[in-house]
Write a protein that binds this ligand. Structure first.
Ligand SMILES: Cc1ncc(COP(=O)(O)O)c(C=O)c1O
Length: 457
């Protein structure tokens, strides 16, 4: 018999509902969020928290940006679901136009490698939309395998590509994502990622430039070893890289590595796939991190920030590559949902009109500058990042404090996440965060580290 849901729930019912959620979900806070605005979230208990997680790099325009909300509301009133295997819908076509503007989000796809580029279509990349980042990564791998008729998938140590069966097999940031869930997808090969700070202890010191050069040389030599030890190039369909590793510790790859990887992929006829699920959509101060490197991947994977919180992901590739797929081989019930696409169109417009990319650069500098100041007196080993994708790695001597620091930040009113197997926290504010909010975040962080260290004494 149908029963209507209670309008208000007692605290005990809420507790019971919470305990019914899968124990497999890790969670930073016990709070229930009731609303969000800009850089802040409010809980059902009336607490207001400075959100420097942005829902893990999703609400890049801030919580419930009025333009995004209005566009989604309008679209929901017209058409919610225009199934992609049944026909087209307008928001998706508008989104393709918005993404393809000459200086727009997909400008980095202008000149891919050994493939006849998107130039054939007047420089416009071809697109496939899906829902989650992991789905889009798998779409990229399927595209590469099908187009090259090769199976191998090369990934980089510390990378994160998702939790589905396929993408967990490509993920090496932490073994919790794979442990007990095997067998993994066959054909995945792993090469070292140029994590300059970490390789210092193995490759020696010197200036930052010298350490970077040695790390890049080492990683390039290891790539060649993959070809002679793990699989020949004739068996490898694609190399999938996060230009800035997210779950691996907010580690930007040196520009020289990304450029040399591009050349290496071209030389060996291996497709270069940039997984920009976390680093994309303005997060680094460019539309995509690849903009900073001046390199075009063969396939770009995007998700998270594109629709400010509505589920939407996808891949972009030259037509010559994308159109190798026979009709019917791609698609999915909710692929490129109409409301999500309308939210994405509004997200692009809001980012452009409100100068969010430039703000990400300026506020990123402010944040890294403030953290570098704190590094002078706190046990911080490394402050790194691009734009508003900023990581702080604590010194090993601090004894593993990142988790305690995030809990202390929470107690003091700020949401901050850990990342990677190393003792690291990550700052992911919205791209329209204000100077005062960054200042507030720095103050909460500093007092939290002080409090954690004081408790350890
Ligand atoms: C680089 C990267 N790729 C893929 C994914 C998976 O995305 P989703 O959680 O939407 O499946 C993530 C998620 O954090 C990510 O950071």
């Amino acid at each position: 018999m149908l029963r209507s849901l209670p309008l208000s729930r007692s605290v005990s019912t809420l507790r019971s509902a919470k305990s019914q959620l899968s124990s497999g979900i890790g969670r930073l806070s016990p709070h229930t969020f009731s609303c969000g605005s800009g850089s802040f979230l409010t809980t059902t208990c009336g607490l207001t928290l400075l959100d420097f997680t942005s829902g893990i790099g999703v609400t890049n325009t801030g919580h419930s940006h009025p333009r995004v909300v209005a566009a989604a509301q309008k679209q929901a009133g017209r058409l919610v679901h225009g199934q992609v295997n049944v026909g087209y819908h307008e928001p998706m076509l508008d989104l393709i136009d918005g993404l393809s503007e000459p200086a727009g989000p997909l400008a980095c796809m202008a000149s891919p490698s050994f493939l006849p580029g998107p130039h054939a279509d007047g420089g416009r990349p071809h697109l496939f939309f899906w829902n989650s980042g992991a789905e889009a990564v798998e779409a990229a791998v399927k595209l590469a395998r099908h187009a090259t008729r090769k199976q191998g998938v090369l990934v980089f140590q510390g990378g994160y590509h998702g939790r589905t069966l396929g993408t967990m097999s490509m993920t090496t940031s932490k073994n919790i994502y794979r442990a007990g869930f095997g067998a993994n997808l066959p054909g995945v090969l792993v090469a070292p990622f140029p994590y300059v700070h970490r390789y210092k202890e193995h490759l020696g010191g010197g200036t930052e430039e010298e350490r970077e050069e040695r790390t890049v040389d080492f990683c390039m030599a290891q790539l060649d070893l993959v070809l002679s030890q793990q699989a020949p190039a004739s068996d490898i369909a694609c190399a999938v890289i996060e230009p800035v590793q997210g779950e691996g510790g907010y580690v930007p790859a040196p520009a020289s590595f990304i450029r040399r990887l591009r050349e290496w992929c071209t030389k060996h006829e291996i497709l270069m796939v940039a997984d920009e699920v976390q680093s994309g959509f303005g997060r680094t101060g460019g539309w995509f991190a690849m903009d900073h490197y001046g390199v075009s991947p063969d396939v770009l994977v995007f998700a998270k920030g594109i629709a400010s919180g509505f589920p939407l992901s996808g891949i972009a590739a030259p037509g010559s590559l994308m159109n190798t797929q026979p009709p019917g081989s791609m698609g999915g019930t909710y692929a490129g949902n109409a409301v999500s696409c309308a939210a994405a169109v509004a997200t692009i417009a809001a980012m452009q009109d409100e100068g969010m990319l430039a703000n990400a650069v300026a506020r990123g500098e402010q944040l890294r500058g403030g953290l570098a100041e704190l590094q002078k007196r706190l046990p911080i080993a490394d402050v790194r990042g691009l734009g508003l994708m900023v990581g702080v790695e604590f010194e090993p001597a601090a004894g593993g404090i990142a988790g305690a620091v995030t809990q202390e930040c929470l107690a003091r009113g700020m949401l901050l996440l850990q990342t990677s197997v190393y003792d690291t926290v990550r700052f992911i504010p919205p791209l329209n965060v204000s100077e005062d909010e960054v200042k507030m975040g720095l103050e909460i962080f500093a007092s939290s580290v002080d409090a954690v260290l004081a408790k350890k004494k």
